[in-house]
Each structure stands twice: as structure tokens, then as C-alpha cells.
Design a protein around this ligand. Structure first.
Ligand code: PLP
Length: 496
């Protein structure tokens, strides 16, 4: 019997899934830290030792091996001591839906490979468009915000080329230094000039200044350039701030320029019962990026590009006789996508909405925004820590800098602290650079985390920073101390 999923292997499939899920559930029950702390050398040796050319060892054994190799050393985004990047804990109904996605293996490129799946994705796109405020919108699920932004800039580029008759090298995109790097990367992929992305000045929170935008649009035109698109960010990756969408839309309307809103992070506000107003003006965009795998508690990947006018997706259509002949009258999603074969990633969101309801998802996103606000206060009140600006969403930017510690010293500690904590496997925070200075970053996306959890994370940062500042050998000392505490060996901890 081949190991292919079919009517003949249904029992084997069910047993394999059950065993795999049971083992994973045990991991979730037993996981005490966000990461095992295994070193890159250890993991490299484990991975390299696997013989990929050898005979098959059977499904059960292969999965056991993965548990030891990968799952045991995974980074757990659900753990309250994980507070680094824009990764959310995932909703159980969405994880169950992933099993359906993989087993049925529909491909959403054409209707004849997906049937109801295509119609469900279309419903969800329409639902998202309505939440944005588009009355005749359309869109497509993508692999992530990077791909959504690329497709948005692609259609904006083609629109600008058709409308202006300009050559590629004259096109410019206006964004800010806080925009996601995929804007610059897309500009390069789309063949725009190296100087095509113009930075618009920001306020003290990294938000685009609309009056500067208006002047920049004028100046670009005067210089013979053609503004093809303004990218506003609704939830900047580091600062979690939202560009003033209404005034930016005014400037874009006045200049007749495409407005793209990158709401990869802030899209959770679309379902927020209390903060939807933070996205006011988003309905005036021509295109919007949403990442359900960031603020809708979906497993990677689940993202969409949504456009105000359905016709705007037309430039990506390509017709092939064997797949989607023109005029077939079938709802073929490939006509709107950069991908051909494509996962039914929309199903996860579908099941989550049906299981929890949109309001509850919004409550969950609200909870992390509230937690971040409380954390800003905690950091501000802590004499050893310095808050680096307030976020409108759920990031916390700060530095360890007790009175008397000079800036250069505080800056130098940032990467060391992050690294020492990561290596310990006990606390995972991020680092970035804001206004030219390094700082630590928490991205809070766990609605079950509490202020106590955040205090523990901040405490770990303070302890690690103080130890590093005092020149103690963290790699051995801190780890030993933490392990001793974990094991309940307080005497051992105090001895160190
Ligand atoms: C994360 C992010 C992206 C990129 O999304 P991916 O899903 O990682 O490709 C784009 N824009 C913003 C503002 C983001 O935070």
C-alpha cells in the first residue's frame, strides 16, 4: 500500500493524524519556555545527521523524528514569554481547518479545482471589503503582506503607466521611513528606478505628515516625476502607529494619486468593537493589504489584497487554454492572483469567524492593544527602563537605561540583551532601531497574556541587562541561575 491519502488509506490517515496531534498536544501541555535554548551548532548537527538519501523509515518514525528535531526546538508564539515579532497565537478552529486544507488539498486557482472553496474565498473577500467600507470592492488571498503589497504596487504601476504614458524610470512611490521594507523591495521587483521610493517626513511617532505629503507630490511633479502611489501604513511594524488616513486621502485625491493602505498589522481593528475609528479613512484607499496571520490569530499564511474597484485587479489576468480560457464564465480566482496553484488559506478565517464570531476576534485584538497601553505605563514608571514612544497598537519600544548609564552603553546593551535572552530560551524579545538608536521591542499579540506576564518579561530584560552591564558571564551564569529557579533549586540560584 502506498502512503497516499485515499479511500484505501483513510484508517491509516486517521491514526497518523491522531498520533501526531496527540504528540503535539503533549508538547503544548508541557512547554514551559518559548524556546528550548538549543544552540545553532547543536541544531545544525542534528539536522545534518539526517540521511535524506537513505531508505524510508516509515511515517510514524519520520514524524517522531520531526518531533525531536523540530517541534522540540520550535519557537512558541503562544507562550507568554514570547513577545518578539508580529506572530500571534493561533485560534484552535483555524488549526483544525488547516488539517482540512491539507487533506482536501483544493487549489483555488480555478473553480473546477475548488468549487465551494472559491465561493467561500469570494465571500470572505467581500466581507473584508465591506468591513473596510468598499461598496464594490474585490480582492484575493495571498501568501502574506509582502505579496499583497507587491500586487498592490503592480496594479498601481500599470494604472499610472496607462494614465500618464510615462516611462518606468519616472514613476515614484511615496512612503515613510516607517513603511514596511516590502515597499522598497516591490519597487525594485517592478523595475522602478533605484530612487523611486521617496520618503515623506513623519511626526514624532513615525506617522506620515499629510501637509508634507501634499508638498512632496507637488515637488515630484515639478521635478518631472510621476507619483504612481502613496503607501500609508495602518500599524507600522515597529512603532505600531497609524498614518493619518483621512488627510492622506485628501492629498491623494487632490493630486489624483493611488492610495495604498498597508494594514498588514492594523487590520485587526476592522473587527474591533472599540477602536474601529482608528482606521477611519481606509475606505478612501484604492487598495488595502490585510494580514490575517498577524492580527486575526490565523496560522501562516493568510493574507489578502483588497481593492476598491473590482476592475483594478484586471491587469494580473492571464488566460491559458488548459486552465482558464477567456470568456469561460467560470469564477476563476487565478485571474486575480500572482499565484497559480494556491492554498485554500481563506478556510481558516472562515472557520474562525463561524466558531468565534467577528466581535470576539475584535475583543481579542483589543485585549493586546490594552495590554500594550498598560505596559507603556509600567515601562514609564520603571526607573531602569526608558519608553521610546507610545504605540497605537501593541508594540512596546524601550531601552534598559538606569540613571547614570550613558546612551552609548544603553545602546550597546540592546543586542546583547536580546541575544542572551534568546539563547536562554526563556524570554524572547525583539530589537530594532528607532530614530537612529537601537531599542528593544515587545510585540504583544497574545490576548491571554497578563500584566504579570509582561512584568516577568520586563524583569528578565532588566536582570539580563544588569548582569551584562556588570560584565557577568551570562552564557553560563544566568542560564544556571534560571535553570535552578526552574527546577525549584532556590539554594542553587542564590549561590550563584
Ligand atoms: C508584516 C508586515 C508586512 C509583511 O507581511 P508578511 O505577511 O510578513 O509578508 C507588510 N507590512 C507591514 C506593515 C507589516 O507589519
Amino acid at each position: 500500500m502506498h502512503e497516499l491519502l485515499s479511500s484505501a488509506t483513510a484508517d491509516h490517515y486517521a491514526a497518523t493524524m491522531r498520533e501526531t496531534v496527540d504528540r503535539l498536544a503533549d508538547r503544548f501541555r508541557e512547554t514551559r519556555r518559548p524556546f528550548s535554548g538549543a544552540s545553532r551548532e547543536e541544531l545544525g548537527a542534528l539536522v545534518d545527521a539526517v540521511d535524506l538519501d537513505g531508505p524510508g523509515r516509515g511515517t510514524a518514525e519520520a514524524l517522531r523524528e520531526v518531533d525531536a528535531l523540530f517541534v522540540r526546538n520550535a519557537v512558541w508564539f503562544h507562550h507568554p514569554d514570547y513577545a518578539a515579532h508580529l506572530n500571534c497565537p493561533v485560534a484552535v478552529p483555524a488549526v483544525a481547518a488547516e488539517a482540512v486544507v491539507a487533506a482536501v488539498n483544493a487549489s483555488l486557482d480555478t473553480y473546477d479545482q475548488s468549487t465551494a472553496g472559491t465561493l467561500m474565498e469570494r465571500r470572505l473577500v467581500a466581507w473584508t471589503a465591506e468591513r473596510i467600507g468598499f461598496t464594490a470592492g474585490d480582492g484575493i488571498f495571498t501568501s502574506g503582506g509582502t505579496q499583497s503589497n507587491l500586487q498592490a504596487l503592480l496594479i498601481a504601476r500599470d494604472h499610472a503607466l496607462a494614465a500618464s504614458g510615462a516611462t518606468l524610470d519616472r514613476l515614484v512611490v511615496l512612503a515613510t521611513g516607517s513603511s514596511h521594507f516590502s515597499v522598497q523591495k516591490s519597487a525594485r521587483l517592478l523595475g522602478l528606478g533605484e530612487d523611486a521610493v521617496l520618503g515623506v517626513a513623519t511626526d514624532g511617532h513615525g506617522r506620515m505628515r499629510p501637509e508634507v505629503l501634499a508638498a512632496a507630490l507637488d515637488a515630484a511633479r515639478t521635478a518631472g516625476r510621476v507619483p504612481m502611489c502613496v503607501v500609508a501604513t495602518a500599524g507600522t511594524t515597529d512603532r505600531g502607529c497609524i498614518d493619518p488616513l483621512g488627510p492622506i486621502a485628501d492629498a491623494c485625491d487632490a493630486a489624483g494619486v493611488w492610495l495604498h493602505v498597508d494594514a498588514a498589522y492594523g487590520c485587526g481593528l476592522l473587527v474591533s468593537p472599540t477602536r474601529r475609528h482608528l482606521l477611519d479613512g481606509i475606505e478612501r484607499a484604492r487598495s488595502v493589504t490585510v494580514d490575517f496571520h498577524k492580527s486575526f490569530f490565523q496560522p501562516v499564511s493568510s493574507s489578502a489584497l483588497v481593492v476598491r474597484h473590482a476592475r483594478d485587479l484586471a491587469p494580473v489576468a492571464w488566460y491559458a487554454d488548459y486552465l482558464n480560457p477567456e470568456g469561460s464564465g467560470e469564477p476563476n480566482q487565478v485571474d486575480k492572483s500572482l499565484q497559480t496553484t494556491r492554498r485554500f488559506d481563506a478556510l481558516k478565517l472562515w472557520v474562525t469567524l463561524r466558531a468565534l464570531g467577528a466581535d470576539r476576534l475584535g475583543d481579542m485584538f483589543d485585549a493586546v492593544v490594552d495590554l500594550a497601553a498598560a505596559t507603556h505605563d509600567l515601562v514609564e514608571q520603571d526607573p531602569d527602563l526608558r519608553l521610546v514612544g507610545r504605540s497605537q497598537l501593541s508594540t512596546v519600544l524601550f531601552r534598559y537605561q538606569p540613571p547614570g548609564v550613558p546612551d552609548a552603553r544603553a545602546d550597546a546593551l540592546v543586542p546583547l540583551v536580546r541575544r542572551a535572552l534568546f539563547d536562554s530560551g526563556r524570554t524572547i524579545v525583539a530589537k530594532t532601531v528607532v530614530d537612529g538608536r537601537p531599542c528593544l521591542k515587545l510585540t504583544l499579540l497574545n490576548p491571554d497574556s497578563t500584566v504579570e506576564d509582561v512584568l516577568r518579561v520586563l524583569g528578565a530584560v532588566r536582570d539580563a541587562a544588569a548582569a551584562l552591564d556588570a560584565g557577568r558571564d551570562l552564557a553560563t551564569g544566568l542560564d544556571r541561575e534560571l535553570d535552578a529557579v526552574l527546577d525549584g533549586d532556590l539554594d542553587g540560584a542564590l549561590a550563584w
